[in-house]
Design a protein around this ligand. Structure first.
Ligand SMILES: [Zn+2]
Length: 208
């Protein structure tokens, strides 16, 4: 990649010399919805304690079945419509009730399952800076992928643009309140995996 010292937005384009193509996202803090995104309502959420504002962004990786991309299974899992008998792996997660606020698919498509105003069930047993139960005060973003396969340019571009929108909408989240699921649940979770390029995310968030 060739750096253009006059236009640092090249980082968001994924291709040197290309104009910035990144989507601009807008967060409505009243409804907790982000645009543009495809809404796919999950029943797996509840109230945040004391209506807490989000103060942490948790980055996840997920694929169903593991290592397979592009199917409907993630959305089926988050909406309690997954056929537990359709794959041997699904039997092991039978009756799991989980969700995330957002999913960024391999092609960059963004799907919202739970409004940011509400508590999605993505982190499980977890802690961040001495606080437990990260679901209470976090936003969970799933990237479709696994721990071994590089995430796509489209995923980074949209994750960066979404994170910028969330940092703007929620004062409790700055560039320092971003954690991997593996950071807040060490020993139990490994996602989004060693392939996730944190420097690319941080570079994309730095002022241009
Ligand atoms: Zn996770």
């Amino acid at each position: 990649m060739t750096a253009n010292t006059h236009n640092h937005d090249y980082r968001l384009s994924g291709q040197a010399g290309q104009p910035l193509m990144s989507t601009l996202y807008d967060v409505d803090t009243d409804t907790g919805l982000i645009e543009p995104a495809r809404q796919c309502a999950s029943p797996n959420y509840d109230e945040r304690p004391d209506s807490a504002e989000p103060e942490l962004l948790v980055v996840h990786g997920i694929s169903l079945p593991p290592g397979e991309f592009g199917g409907p299974e993630i959305e089926q899992l988050f909406t309690n419509k997954l056929d537990w008998n359709a794959h041997p792996y699904f039997g092991g997660i039978r009756d799991l009730h989980v969700s995330a606020h957002l999913l960024i698919r391999r092609d960059g498509e963004v799907v919202q399952f739970v409004p940011f105003t509400h508590r999605a069930w993505h982190a499980g047993d977890s802690f961040f800076r001495g606080r437990v139960c990260c679901n209470d005060f976090s936003i969970g973003i799933e990237l479709e992928g696994d721990d071994e396969t590089a995430y796509t340019d489209a995923q980074y571009e949209n994750l960066i643009a979404i994170t910028r929108a969330l940092v703007g909408a929620y004062p409790g989240i700055s560039g320092r309140e971003i954690a991997a699921h593996s950071d807040i649940a060490p020993g139990r979770k490994t996602d989004p995996g060693h392939v996730f390029d944190w420097l690319r995310l941080y570079d994309g968030l730095s002022p241009s």
